[in-house]
Design a protein around this ligand. Structure first.
Ligand code: OAD
Length: 284
């Protein structure tokens, strides 16, 4: 698609009143070196068996094999810790600065890279949690604690030591601590995962920019459909067609941009900055 097509959409649909929501998935962090969820590197071997994330990331597996689940998450936390935000993350920080209180970021990523890039915790809804936080597995409190730093950077396949197990014990009740992530056999809630806040943001959204997600989970689909049904514009950025591509095309002025986000998002922010500067010049 010639760049002028999406630029025309932006010119038509971005005003000083536009409420913007950006919704991201694993694809935005792919260019930071974090494997996507459904790519081949998502698998994890326990003994002689390879498990898919959908099997590992469950309460059921944590009950059966807590040490193995923790080993997997500590490896993921280490990979995320070693990664740095890329040009796509930086562009989304610039979008928040431009749209200010008309901006919401809904992310499925647990890697914390949006916050490290500079998006505000207030406007960033981490709807699947954050791998650098833990909470009591027995739910003795709802409090979130930071993942102890001593657990980051350990060897990928090293079994948990007694000291590490101790660090992963709830200081209140002595039960295990668990990663603060939404598992596949759990449901969203407002307190930990900003379920209602995400739907409220969707209802108020004029322009939804979807980045790097395969659209496989529930809340992101509800968000996209709410925006669509309210007549909002959707731009879907992904090198691969996905369930949101067609929805985007059917929305008013919507576009499917078949490009990596690290390449396209800086162009998008550049265009929006130009439009806003032009308008400020015209109406000082
Ligand atoms: P997936 O791994 O399912 O999808 C990643 C998407 O990113 C795919 O559509 C890729 O085409 C796209 N992609 C790859 N490289 C990209 C790039 N450079 N720029 C833009 N897009 C790129 O990951 P998610 O959709 O995030 O949930 O998965 C959603 C959720 O399902 C995850 O948060 C996790 C998972 O299972 C839970 O853990 C609850």
């Amino acid at each position: 698609m010639p760049p002028s097509d999406w630029a025309a959409t932006i010119r038509r649909h971005v005003t000083s009143q536009t409420r913007l929501t950006v919704m991201t998935g694993a694809g935005i962090s792919a260019e930071s070196g974090i494997p996507t969820f459904r790519g081949p590197e998502g698998y994890w071997t326990v003994g002689s068996r390879s498990y898919h994330p959908q099997e590992m990331a469950t309460v059921a597996m944590f009950r059966r094999r807590p040490d193995d689940v923790w080993q997997w998450y500590l490896h993921r936390a280490t990979v995320c810790h070693q990664a740095a935000p890329n040009a796509g993350h930086t562009a989304i920080v610039a979008l928040e600065a431009l749209f200010d209180n008309r901006f919401t970021l809904i992310t499925q990523n647990v890697d914390g890279l949006h916050l490290r890039a500079g998006n505000s915790a207030r406007r960033t809804y981490q709807i699947h949690g954050n791998v650098f936080q833990v909470r009591c597995a027995a739910g003795c409190t709802d409090d979130l604690r930071p993942l102890p730093e001593a657990l980051i950077g350990r060897a990928k396949t090293a079994p948990l030591t007694a000291v590490e197990r101790e660090l992963l014990t709830c200081p209140n009740c002595g039960d295990r601590l668990r990663p603060h992530v939404l598992w596949f056999d759990e449901t969203y809630n407002e307190h930990h995962f900003r379920f209602q806040s995400s739907l409220d943001a969707a209802t108020a959204t004029d322009l939804l920019v979807i980045v790097g997600t395969s659209g496989a989970t529930n809340l992101p689909n509800q968000v996209a459909w709410a925006v669509f049904q309210n007549g909002g514009t959707i731009i879907d950025i992904n090198p691969t067609p996905n369930p949101f591509s067609e929805l985007a095309r059917q929305s008013p002025g919507g576009q499917f941009i078949q490009q990596p986000s690290g390449r396209f998002l800086p162009e998008l922010i550049h265009e929006i900055q130009k439009i806003m500067a032009d308008r400020t010049r015209r109406c000082p």
